[in-house]
Design a protein around this ligand. Structure first.
Ligand SMILES: C[S@@+](CC[C@H](N)C(=O)[O-])C[C@H]1O[C@@H](n2cnc3c(N)ncnc32)[C@H](O)[C@@H]1O
Length: 233
């Protein structure tokens, strides 16, 4: 095959991936030192919005958490009786999550996998949860992200999302990511931009800023994040 040819959409997406940093290497480095001053490194508790969803009656049986990191939210959902599959591209993050789940004596199927190569039974999850992954996904891969989530969810399944608002990161345009060859430290989303991404396929049930939770607390919350609960159309 001619080198660097674009003969199909996979070739095109691979070429665009190649313009940006390799995510696995970056995230392994990110988790190589657990003592860093990263808000969710210090806090073991779940997102305040996730707790609210459960308290308001969300009762999923099968859950997929994508980009689970050290497992805060997966552990909470398992404690609530859910059967949880949780994946992350970083082995360092998954090792940490397994240690925490053992300490808390919960059984979770943690897998070191990219969302984009994760093998799953289609239409098998009641709820997909993402805290902090979407804003690190390249714009072209957002299309793959949506396809994977839609395929993973059961009809009328729910998607919970936490992602940077424009205080969390710069509202870099999709085109600018490729001109600069960088996602910087993530994309800051406006409400309008998030709604453009999701409302074709999802009905919005709740859309609000995350509440700041002063630590120490059982819960996690930072004001530079959006929280959204959606239901697949
Ligand atoms: C900001 S962190 C959030 C971690 C965790 N959800 C939390 O809130 O504690 C984003 C996570 O996404 C993971 N990640 C990045 N790209 C990924 C991909 N393509 N597939 C799966 N996980 C990915 C990173 O390794 C990282 O753990």
């Amino acid at each position: 095959m001619t080198e660097e040819a674009i003969l199909n959409y996979d070739d095109l997406f691979n070429m665009l991936d190649n313009l940006l940093r390799e995510p696995k290497e970056f995230w392994e480095g990110f988790y190589s030192n657990r003592d860093k001053e990263i808000p969710f490194f210090k806090i073991k508790g779940p997102d305040e919005n996730l707790v609210e969803y459960f308290e308001n009656g969300l009762k999923p049986t099968r859950v997929l958490e994508i980009g689970c990191g050290p497992g805060r939210n997966a552990i909470y959902m398992a404690q609530k009786g859910c059967k949880v599959d949780a994946l992350d591209i970083s082995q360092n993050a998954i090792d940490w999550a397994i240690e925490r789940a053992k300490e808390d004596q919960v059984d979770i199927n943690f897998q070191c996998q990219s969302l984009f190569s994760f093998f799953f039974e289609p239409n098998s999850y009641d709820f997909v949860y993402d805290c902090g992954l979407l804003h690190h996904i390249a714009p072209h891969r957002r299309l793959t992200y949506l396809e994977v989530i839609k395929k993973a969810l059961k009809p009328n399944g729910y998607l919970g999302l936490v992602c940077f608002n424009t205080d969390g990161a710069v509202d870099t345009s999709d085109w600018e990511v490729y001109r600069a060859g960088s996602l910087n430290r993530g994309i800051g989303y406006t409400e309008k931009r998030l709604k453009e991404v999701f409302t074709k396929d999802f009905d919005i049930i709740s859309f609000r800023g995350m509440k700041k939770i002063t630590q120490p607390s059982e819960f996690f919350g930072e004001e530079f994040l959006w929280t959204i609960l959606m239901q697949m159309k």
